[in-house]
Design a protein around this ligand. Structure first.
Ligand code: GUN
Length: 346
């Protein structure tokens, strides 16, 4: 299952392709033929020659390393000149394996640049008050400059009241309503930008992809990625459309986009036929899917059918190695920015 794009979950969004000086638009090759089965869409790519164009691969892993290297230098300069070490506190509740992996990776990344990490791991059946107590402790701790409550939280907790409790000056996730409000309003500046959308835009900037005046489509409207990504693109002067589960004709709308950010968590949902030749594709999705032919019996799959999309797009992020490492790099960047702000360090 999911060893290619032919058995994706496209059917959930059944109604669901210019660019800029950076890349030349790609000609449109091969039509896709779609044939539906009871529960899946099947896709057969018409035969291409081996000279089919392929997109530039946006290397998030390499860019994230560059960013970490810069932060490491700056963190050590801060320590040497004012004796301050930036600190990030992570609160993990429950035993969601993916969350535990993310938290482990965040800690490793902090260690790699010299940011001190603090971690509280609470049991699945902890009370909301226990989480609020941890948040409050970190709000009051001067050695902590950033606080992250790993999401999702167990269903018995009120995510909203917990996120509201994080001091906005330490809200390195950028999820506090005052930070999101600052992102949404013209003339306001949020203290922090949410890490995944910030990482997506950073990749566009680093690859010199024009955003101003471009048509951008964001697939997904989650508080963590889709919604703030759309707000950020709008701040960058793109013309933005959000596609969600109730959107009629998502495929047709997506095909008009110069820039696509896919953040729906549906493996291989965005097919090559959805993409305008020459568009730039940023794939935020990452799901582990079984694949007996893979070395470990599974592989990571994004929201975009990479084999197809990379033949149509001018640039595309891979999964893994695209947006994921950038998210963590942006978290380190936000934490360092916070420490600089607290200590008025230039
Ligand atoms: N869960 C998945 N992504 C994120 C993120 O960026 N921040 C937090 N706090 N939780 C998440």
């Amino acid at each position: 299952m999911f060893t290619d794009c032919s058995s994706s979950t496209t059917s959930r969004l059944i109604h669901l392709n210019s660019l800029n000086g950076a890349f030349l638009p790609r000609p449109c090759f091969g039509q896709l033929s779609l044939r539906t089965t009871a529960s899946t869409w099947r896709c057969t790519l018409s035969i291409r020659s081996s000279s089919s164009p392929s997109a530039i691969v946006i290397n998030g892993k390499a860019e994230a390393k560059n960013i970490r290297d810069d932060i490491k230098i700056e963190v050590s300069r801060m320590k040497e000149s004012i004796g301050v070490v930036p600190g990030l506190a992570v609160i993990l509740v429950g035993k969601n394996k993916e969350s535990a992996t993310y938290v482990r990776n965040k800690k490793k990344a902090c260690d790699s640049v010299g940011i001190k990490s603090f971690e509280v791991h609470l049991a699945e059946d902890s009370s909301e008050e226990e989480v609020l107590k941890s948040v409050s402790g970190f709000n009051d701790d001067p050695s902590v400059h950033g606080i992250l409550v790993q999401l999702p939280l167990p269903s018995h907790m009120d995510e909203q009241s917990i996120l509201n409790a994080v001091s906005i000056e330490k809200d390195v996730d950028g999820f506090h309503p005052l930070n999101i409000g600052g992102l949404a309003m013209r003339g306001r500046e949020p203290l922090f930008l949410p890490c995944t959308p910030k990482g997506c835009i950073e990749l566009l900037h680093r690859y010199k992809i024009d955003i101003i005046g471009k048509r951008a489509v964001v697939l997904g409207r989650s508080n963590i990625v889709g919604m703030p990504a759309a707000l950020l693109l709008q701040r960058e002067d793109a013309t933005v459309t959000i596609i969600h589960s109730r959107t009629i004709n998502p495929e047709e709308i997506t095909r008009q986009a110069d820039i696509i950010i896919a953040a729906v968590g549906q493996p291989n949902m965005v097919r090559g036929s959805w993409i305008k030749p020459g568009a730039v594709v940023i794939d935020v999705g990452i799901k582990r899917v079984e694949d007996p032919s893979a070395a470990h019996g599974y592989r990571w799959v994004g929201d975009v059918c990479y084999e197809e999309a990379s033949k149509v797009a001018s640039a595309i992020t891979p999964v893994p190695g695209g947006v994921g490492p950038m998210t963590i790099a942006m978290l380190l960047s936000n934490t360092f920015t916070s420490a600089k702000r607290f200590h008025n360090f230039q």
